[in-house]
Design a protein around this ligand. Sequence first.
Ligand SMILES: NC(=O)c1ccc[n+]([C@@H]2O[C@H](COP(=O)([O-])OP(=O)(O)OC[C@H]3O[C@@H](n4cnc5c(N)ncnc54)[C@H](OP(=O)(O)O)[C@@H]3O)[C@@H](O)[C@H]2O)c1
Length: 178
Amino acid sequence: MTTGHIMMAMSLDGFVARPDHSLDWLNKQATQGEDHGFAAFQGRMDVIIMGSGSLRTVLGFGDWPYTIPCIVMSRTMTDEDIPEDLRGRVEVSKLEPKALMGSLDKRGLKRAYVDGGAVIRSFIQAGLVEEMKITVVPILLGDGIRIFDSNDTDIDLELVTSTPFPSGLVDLEYKVKR
Ligand SMILES: NC(=O)c1ccc[n+]([C@@H]2O[C@H](COP(=O)([O-])OP(=O)(O)OC[C@H]3O[C@@H](n4cnc5c(N)ncnc54)[C@H](OP(=O)(O)O)[C@@H]3O)[C@@H](O)[C@H]2O)c1
């Protein structure tokens, strides 16, 4: 089965975006060219899976930042909703997480970068996440969109590395224990 891998920036109080999806709090961090490993992480992945909420944010960036194929999970969108210049690189799927990972496995796409908010939660709940790289941003937002929510059972994690940066951001890398 294809495995899920997460790389996110999160406020200290656990939010990945403001309630209105804004990422201004992230963009204002003075990271002075620090390498938090985004390019290296993407280089290890075969495909990126994101929800329609994240697609809307990424389309707002202007330039498409991914070099690997992208699957957008949406129960309401179709391939027709994808901007023409991204067709062929971005496709829409209505499959639920387990079925999607099974279909990617058959296509030889073994490592999936799972991105979003609600989508990440559903992959965690389904036990499809193997690795989490979280950059903790030194800010308390008070409200917003979470990737961690209620679990049916505990999810035990093993800390692989922790790296503090001069900016105050801290990278934490975990493996999900089976
Ligand atoms: N801080 C960071 O590092 C970081 C990284 C990535 C994203 N973000 C931000 O975090 C926010 C996440 O927002 P979000 O939670 O709305 O985004 P999301 O997880 O990308 O998208 C959620 C949408 O995906 C669709 N979906 C389809 N199948 C699903 C399933 N099985 N489980 C859950 N959703 C499914 C649903 O919409 P329809 O079916 O109606 O289309 C759902 O509303 C965005 O603003 C994004 O830009 C932050």
